[in-house]
Ligand binder design. Structure first.
Ligand code: SAM
Ligand code: SF4
Ligand code: SF4
Length: 390
């Protein structure tokens, strides 16, 4: 029955609207990619090299780039397999930004103040030649270049990525318990391979890998303390992320969220810990130090409280979607089409025009979704995370 409903939902997935109701969970299904992009606003102030602020004074500092909307996992909270099945209409090749286009936008964004670039997706290591893109981006001066991966193809790629100039890595890992991990990625992928990949990344020179665990009540919360235990004496740092209402297909409910406060309480009961100062303003994760930390270990973990403690006030992140649109919030419903500008002629729009477009988009930014989230907003149709990049 469910399968049948999902099939009907997918039928409407291109431009159609459909609301799937199952067990009290409302899942609006719509392909936001087919919605027309927002009109690109003009600059409200002239661009001053290297600084660009939005309406709340938030500087642009980070650019997250989704290099593919495809993934080999079907994490139930991100790309549920009932929607993202073999017939799902992924972007055709010609809609996807080329490495040259991505690098051009990145270079222009760095001129406006971006200091950190994260490659993501979908699964970025599924994009053929990803190490070549890393090499191209690494030629841009003064940036911190990082990548988030599910780790499934990392063991084979870690050395190449390091050699190409990748600075840092984040690996997603939702459980150490194999059965739980396989159920969450929903493609029966074994946890041992991701753990091996993390070791391979450390050996390749990524000394401190960040480990992301999305915590979902009743699904993997029994793994919180085990994850803390496993990583607490090493250099890698685990970050516990609150389950978010991204996209329109993951059936999010507040009841499934475990607040970071509770995560800290559970860890503190076993391994006493204390808050640590942020490394920099606008750091997404709140740091906690183990009281008995010492030696060469990082001795800390982080919590990312996107739901229970909104950090919109310090949000400096822009996103470039797989098909070349700029989104100024993870929970946006629409983006600004930059690809058309990139492809607007043989000579292409000049870089100043693209800088002015990025500048105009950022200057009028007001986003604060997490400050205003309600059960109702959670049902709104938002663009999928795999498409704009987590
Ligand atoms: N495929 C890569 C991966 O999983 O690391 C990169 C893309 S993934 C969308 C980026 C991050 O978003 C991952 O750490 C993932 O766990 C997180 N994520 C995805 N859906 C989420 C949700 N509903 N709530 C919180 N985090 C989520
Ligand atoms: Fe794929 Fe990452 Fe989404 Fe999981 S979280 S389905 S690995 S894009
Ligand atoms: Fe930034 Fe939007 Fe998240 Fe707020 S809700 S922190 S504006 S991405």
């Amino acid at each position: 029955m469910l399968r049948h409903l999902y099939r009907r939902a997918r039928h409407y997935a291109l431009g159609g609207r459909y609301t799937l109701q199952m067990s009290g969970i409302i899942i609006p299904i719509v392909d936001q990619r087919s919605q027309r992009g927002l009109a690109i606003p003009s600059l409200t102030r002239p661009l001053a090299g290297g600084t660009l602020a939005d309406t709340r004074g938030r500087q642009i500092r980070d650019l997250r780039i989704s290099v593919t909307d495809r993934c080999n996992f079907r994490c139930t909270y991100c790309m549920p397999k009932e929607v993202f099945d073999s017939n799902y209409p992924y972007l055709p090749h010609n809609e996807v930004l080329t490495f040259e286009e991505i690098t051009r936008v990145a270079r222009i964004a760095v001129g406006l103040g971006v200091k950190k670039i994260r490659l993501t997706g979908g699964e970025p290591l599924m994009r053929r030649g990803i190490e070549d893109l890393v090499g191209m981006l690494a030629t841009i001066d003064g940036i911190d270049l990082t990548l988030t991966t599910n780790g499934s193809a990392l063991k084979a790629k870690a050395v190449q990525l390091k050699a190409a100039g990748l600075d840092r890595l984040t690996v997603s890992l939702d459980s150490l318990d194999d059965a739980t991990f396989r159920a969450m990625n929903d493609v029966d992928f074994p946890v041992a391979k991701v753990l091996e990949a993390i070791d391979a990344a450390n050996a390749a020179g990524f000394e401190q890998v960040k480990i992301n665990m999305v915590v979902k009540r009743g699904v993997n919360d029994h793994q919180i303390v085990d994850m803390a235990r496993y990583f607490r004496n090493g250099k890698n740092i685990v970050r516990f992320i609150e389950f978010m209402d991204v996209g329109s297909t993951n059936g999010w409910r507040m009841d499934d969220v475990i607040a970071s406060r509770e995560v800290v309480e559970r860890i503190n009961a076993v391994f006493p810990c204390a808050p640590a100062n942020p490394n920099h303003v606008g750091e997404v994760a709140k740091r906690w130090k183990y009281q008995d930390a010492g030696g060469a270990s990082a001795g800390e973990f982080g919590v990312i409280s996107s739901v229970t403690e909104a950090f919109c006030g310090t949000c400096t992140r822009a996103r470039l979607s797989t098909d070349g649109s700029i989104y100024t919030c993870l929970f946006a419903q629409k983006g600004y089409d930059i690809k058309s500008m990139l492809r607007s002629g043989v000579d292409e729009a000049d870089d100043d025009a693209i800088a002015a477009a990025l500048g105009g988009i950022w200057q009028q930014r007001r986003d604060n979704y997490s400050e205003t989230r309600t059960a109702e907003t959670a049902k709104e149709r938002k663009v999928e995370m795999s498409f704009i990049g987590g």
